[in-house]
Every structure is written in C-alpha cells, then in structure tokens.
Write a protein that binds this ligand. Structure first.
Ligand code: AMP
Length: 191
C-alpha cells in the first residue's frame, strides 16, 4: 500500500526543532502534556498535505471530536474517504510503563524501550550513534496529565468512530510484532 505516515506529534516536534512560529506556539502545550489547539493542528496538516495525492495513515490524529469533524469536512472537499479507524486498546498501567521506559534518538528519531527493546549500547542509537533522550512529555508527571487529557478529550472519539461503521479494534497490549500482524489482518492487508 502506498500510504504516507502522518504523525502530528512528529510534525509538531519538527516545527519546534526548526523554531517556526507554530513550533514556538505549540511547545508550551506539548511540554505540559496538553493538546495543541485544534485549529493550529488542522491548518498545519492542510498546509503540509494540500498537494499530497497518496493515501494517508494518520498517527496521533485526530485527538478530539472537533478535529475528527474538521477531517471529515476536509476529506469531502478533497473527494477522499476515511477507509478505517484503528484503535489500539492498551491498559492504562501498560501505557504508563511504556512511556516511562521509552527513549528517543536525538539524531534520527528512532524509538527504543529500555525494557523491551533496548539499544545495543546504553544511551546510544544503534542506527546513527547519537545519544538517546527521554522526551520532555515522557517524564512521569507529564504522563499522568497526558492520560487525563486522553480521557477528557480523546476518548469521546471512540463513540464518534464506533458509530461510523469503519471502526477496528486491536489489543495493543501485545508485542509490536503481534499488534502489527493483528492490524494487518483487520485491514485484510497481506504482510
Ligand atoms: P504524540 O507524539 O502523538 O504522543 O504527541 C505529542 C504531543 O504533541 C501531544 O501530547 C500533544 O501536545 C501534541 N499533539 C500531537 N498530535 C496532536 C493532535 N492531533 N492534536 C493536538 N495536539 C497534538
């Protein structure tokens, strides 16, 4: 499948690293574990993806019902359809543990987990040799805030998409390999 991976979190971190006006505005929200305002996220996506003709695989988006409604309207204006929504269901304790043990490469962005997929040499990226870091929003106090924000603002999306008829759910508590297999099977895509 010729899909473009669109992670709004990655795009926002890129804007922050480049110190663009959007990145500067978004940084306070992100560091505190809050959501960046819907309008900023939507304008950012429209400007980045306006000319994109391939299929889109959104990751971490939409995060609110308002974003989902704006996405629906945007798809209508582009003559595109939403084929599927995949919900990776993970218990809260597992989310806390995974985020707390996640490390991200400061060079290439590759993600590690110090418990389940550590780098060969502690603190150093296998791929590019740059140091690994803990994302500011993966610090314990911010993780708790992000989970509360999820419950308040993102969980209502489950009802929104369950009603839409193209909602798929996988057990995200399994290993990355198993989750990949399950999601591909749900989407009826051959690995
Ligand atoms: P992520 O990398 O998806 O975990 O996102 C990291 C942070 O970026 C979130 O905690 C939010 O502050 C911000 N963010 C990412 N995607 C969105 C979105 N769709 N709407 C609002 N804020 C977002």
């Amino acid at each position: 499948m010729d899909l473009v991976h669109v992670s709004t979190g990655d795009i926002l971190r890129d804007e922050m690293a480049k110190k663009t006006p959007l990145g500067t505005e978004a940084s306070g929200y992100m560091a505190g574990g809050r959501l960046v305002p819907d309008r900023l996220v939507m304008d950012m996506l429209k400007s980045r993806l306006g000319a994109e003709t391939r299929g889109l695989l959104f990751d971490g988006f939409p995060r609110t019902v308002a974003q989902a409604e704006m996405l629906d309207a945007w798809f209508v204006s582009r003559g595109q359809d939403l084929d599927a929504v995949v919900f990776l269901n993970v218990a809260e304790a597992v989310v806390m543990a995974r985020l707390g043990s996640r490390r991200t490469c400061t060079g290439c962005g590759r993600i590690y987990n110090v418990i389940s997929s550590p780098p060969a040499k502690e603190g150093v990226c296998d791929a590019c040799g740059k140091p690994l870091m803990t994302r500011t929003d993966d610090k314990t106090e911010v993780i708790a805030k992000r989970i509360q924000v999820y419950k308040d603002q993102t969980e209502p999306l489950l009802a929104y998409y369950r009603a839409s008829g193209n909602f798929l759910e996988a057990d995200g508590g399994k290993t990355p390999e198993e989750v990949t297999k399950d999601v591909l099977a749900l989407l009826r895509v051959k690995p």
